[in-house]
Design a protein around this ligand. Structure first.
Ligand code: CMC
Length: 431
């Protein structure tokens, strides 16, 4: 807190209200409005455009400069020099691990990769054509029914065990969703494999035929996990915090996060971006879709473009773009019609005045959709992969919130504009 204050004057004859100004280590200072309620006012900020909902030490974004830091480390450095499990350790604990700590952490996560055997039968309750996010919302929420020894949110050991379980089991459950949808047997995790390699193995191997992991593709998968691991107070993380603020168990909270992530304006964007490329269908139709995106009377948007926070190139998109090209080269898809449409669309949008003026750059999901598709992953699984990656971010924020001395139920207020009080009218008297 600084000694400078904001003064709020409401009406000519009322004394000004002093509001504290709080400074973070980076980013804009915030006006502390917690005392306003006692003065009979709420603040109004639909979409939370101007609201810091919490204090956090985990992730920092400067949207104008295109900066993303996990615990102070730039995302580009982590994507280049680290790996997903090391990033998980960093997000959860605040510091990079030593070699011994890293080794132990990897072992611990590997020890939790198996899902309870009865969860296999849980899948049979779903239609084969169910969207995998619908299945994930159900199955992850159901973990609370299987792991009773990590549900006490006031016990830090329980919280840590729940974090390990969630990070470790998400790839197993995600691959089970996919296998169920295509009618293949579930593959068990292989604990000698790395995190991304294990996931790809559970996705693409069958008991009849093992796939051998391709290091370029495995590295790309790991990088996608790293880039999506956290993004400060986005819609799904805020959902996890709000659900967790009630004291709900961690599996229920992460299930709530998965539900929020599913929307096309958030995690569903990479699936929506690929579906859009398919809808465009050929290079000569791109102009028509660009026109539609610019038409104020048409609600069509170029999926994979724009961001609520980044008004500059999303730093994750830069890394993802490089990875995307590496994967396209590796699988020999650079010249496929879909990827040619994507690259042309990217070029046109980057040069178009509408997109330049509104600062609508391709976001990470534009490139991750293309990359995942080249990895052989079906679009319906894209958001599930985002959920695997974001689980560590969600659980880090959940843990931070519960450990905070300010921990209390989240309860926003409203500006009510409905009818004033009126008397009930019996049905026979209504007109
Ligand atoms: N295509 C065309 N126009 C757009 C687009 C787009 N993708 N995105 C924003 N605009 C226009 C919008 O019509 C508006 O124009 P005007 O000022 O004339 O009304 C202006 O740009 C500002 O848009 P906004 O909706 O106020 O911006 P926002 O910050 O509320 O929305 C967004 C951000 C990501 C929801 C939006 O850009 C969008 O819908 N993008 C497509 C979906 C997408 O790719 N989402 C993934 C985001 S990255 C993943 C994540 O971090 O979750």
């Amino acid at each position: 807190m600084t000694d400078h204050k904001a003064k709020l004057t409401i009406g000519p004859n009322k004394p000004a209200i002093d509001l504290n100004i709080l400074d973070g280590t980076l980013g804009p200072s915030v006006i502390d409005v917690t005392g306003l309620q006692k003065q009979g006012y709420f603040t109004y900020d639909p979409g939370f455009m101007s609201t810091a909902a919490c204090e956090s030490k985990i992730t920092y974004i400067d949207g104008d400069k295109g900066v993303l830091l996990y615990r102070g480390y730039p995302i580009e450095q982590l994507a280049e020099q680290s790996d997903f499990l090391e990033v998980c350790y960093l997000l959860l604990n605040g510091e990079l691990p030593t070699a011994a700590q890293k080794n132990q952490f990897n072992k611990t996560i590997n020890n939790h990769t198996l899902a309870h055997e009865q969860i296999r039968s849980f899948f049979n309750g779903f239609r084969r054509d169910a969207h995998p996010m619908a299945v994930m919302v159900g199955v992850v929420g159901a973990l609370a029914a299987f792991y009773h020894d990590s549900l006490d949110i006031n016990n830090p050991e329980h919280r840590t065990t729940a974090a390990f379980r969630l990070i470790a089991k998400m790839p197993t459950l995600a691959a089970m969703c996919y296998k169920y949808s295509i009618g293949q047997p579930f593959m068990y995790p292989q604990n000698h494999m790395g995190y991304a390699e294990n996931f790809l193995n559970m996705m693409f191997s069958t008991p009849a035929e093992k796939t051998s992991p391709n290091p370029v593709l495995t590295r790309a998968m790991d990088r996608i996990f790293t880039l999506h691991a956290d993004h400060e107070q986005n819609a799904s993380t805020s959902t996890v915090r709000l659900a967790g603020s009630t004291g709900a168990n961690p599996f229920a909270c992460i299930s709530a996060g998965i539900a929020a992530l599913w929307g096309p304006a958030h995690g569903g964007a990479n699936e929506a971006a690929l579906n859009m490329l398919r809808e465009i269908g050929s290079e000569d139709r791109i102009d028509h879709f660009i026109k539609r995106a610019k038409d104020p009377n048409d609600n069509f948007r170029l999926m994979g473009f724009g961001h609520r926070v980044y008004k500059n190139y999303d730093p994750r998109a830069k890394v993802m773009r490089t990875t995307c090209h590496e994967v396209l080269d590796e699988v020999g898809l650079h010249d496929s019609p879909l990827f040619r449409i994507a690259l042309k669309l990217e070029k046109i949008a980057l040069e178009d005045d509408y997109f330049i003026q509104k600062k609508l750059y391709p976001n990470v999901d534009f490139y991750s959709g293309i990359t995942l598709s080249a990895l052989g992953i079906p679009p319906a699984m894209f958001t599930v992969i985002f959920a695997i990656a974001r689980t560590v971010g969600w659980i880090s924020h959940w843990n931070e919130m519960i450990s905070s001395p300010d921990y209390r139920i989240g309860r926003p207020r409203q500006l009510y504009t409905g009818p004033t009080e009126r008397n009930f009218v019996p049905i026979d008297d209504r007109k």
